[in-house]
Design a binder for this molecule. Structure first.
Ligand SMILES: C[S@@+](CC[C@H](N)C(=O)[O-])C[C@H]1O[C@@H](n2cnc3c(N)ncnc32)[C@H](O)[C@@H]1O
Length: 301
């Protein structure tokens, strides 16, 4: 399973650069889907993996991995993505059952929530990612004759550019409540783009809106550089995550939202592994220890 994927962060599609990370998450979701104790089911995930030449030899079932759950990439790291998928599925569904009817998936990648979750019928799901990634996704889903379970609006735009115009032109209404998700995204963005994104979510949301995002503690990015998760991802499939992550200092986005009056809570993934009794638990030299899942709500005045 050795790989030598090019590491250009600006490459548009899923074949290289940061786009390839969307396929990594899809492969992890495929493996999770076929587990007897799966936390999340995504029947589309393995089709993305099989459709992309860049990952023709990646596994889509844990049985295809010689060392199975002992493999740091396809065992523990893939389980991490399965847990993250489940926790954020639950967050989005909770949010639309209360007030939000607009869902914005930032850096949506190969997320198929519009196709696999049971949404209220008047919801709309906006999927923002770069054009090449969304084009690949469209092709695979069209070949499968997959139909979304909700109104779905792909918004091909780079989040380092003027994505607000693209989103509002696509029909997003800032006057109505919304729920936003930045799953596995922010650490790829330059700090000013992350700050702009958080400020913009605040500007485009009414009371009753919500946002979940994943962040990495900067100190841990340094401390866990040789974590088995990063090493295995680089050596087995040629994705150097540390190279793809933005190198600049990270902003305190949770603190920024709290200062703007949002109520925020911050969790480690392990909080949810314990809650679900499945998923990764702490280990020595563990990059997952630096990951934080932040849930933010914009309260009524
Ligand atoms: C690790 S994947 C996560 C995808 C999806 N959120 C999930 O969890 O399955 C990161 C995604 O962020 C997207 N991304 C990274 N930088 C971006 C940018 N500047 N503009 C738009 N999308 C970006 C990539 O194309 C990729 O699809």
């Amino acid at each position: 399973m050795a790989g030598t994927a090019p590491q250009d962060t600006d490459v548009e599609g899923v074949d290289a650069g940061v786009g390839l990370t969307a396929l990594l998450v899809a492969a992890a979701r495929a493996i999770e889907t076929h587990r007897h104790d799966s936390l999340a089911q995504d029947a589309y995930a393995e089709h993305f993996v099989r459709a992309a030449p860049a990952c023709a030899d990646w596994p889509v079932r844990i049985e295809q991995v010689p060392d199975g759950d002992g493999n740091p990439l396809w065992g523990r790291f893939a389980r991490y993505f399965g847990l993250r998928t489940r926790v954020l599925d639950d967050f989005l569904l909770r949010s639309v059952r209360t007030s939000a009817r607009q869902v914005v998936l930032l850096g949506a990648g190969l997320d198929t929530r519009a196709f696999r979750l049971d949404w209220p019928s008047d919801c709309v799901v906006f999927e923002i990612d770069r054009a090449g990634v969304l084009a690949f996704k469209h092709q695979v889903l069209t070949d499968l004759t997959a139909s979304p379970k909700v109104k779905r609006v792909p918004v091909p735009v780079d989040l380092r550019a003027d994505w607000v115009t693209a989103l509002t032109t696509a029909g997003f209404d800032p006057a109505a409540p919304s729920v936003w998700l930045a799953e596995g995204l922010l650490f790829y963005l330059p700090s000013p783009a992350e700050t702009y994104l958080i400020d913009t979510v605040d500007r485009l949301t009414t009371e009753g809106s919500a946002l979940a995002f994943e962040a990495k503690l900067e100190k841990d990015l340094q401390e866990y550089r040789d974590s088995p998760i990063y090493t295995a991802t680089r050596e087995q499939i040629g994705i150097d995550l540390l190279h793809l992550f933005d190198k600049g200092p990270r902003p305190d986005s949770a603190g920024g939202l709290t200062a703007k009056g949002w109520s925020t809570s911050m969790h480690t993934p392990f909080d949810f592994s314990r809650r679900h009794r499945r998923g990764p638990l702490p280990e020595p030299n563990d990059a997952l220890e630096g990951n934080r899942w932040v849930f933010a709500h914009k309260p009524s005045p």
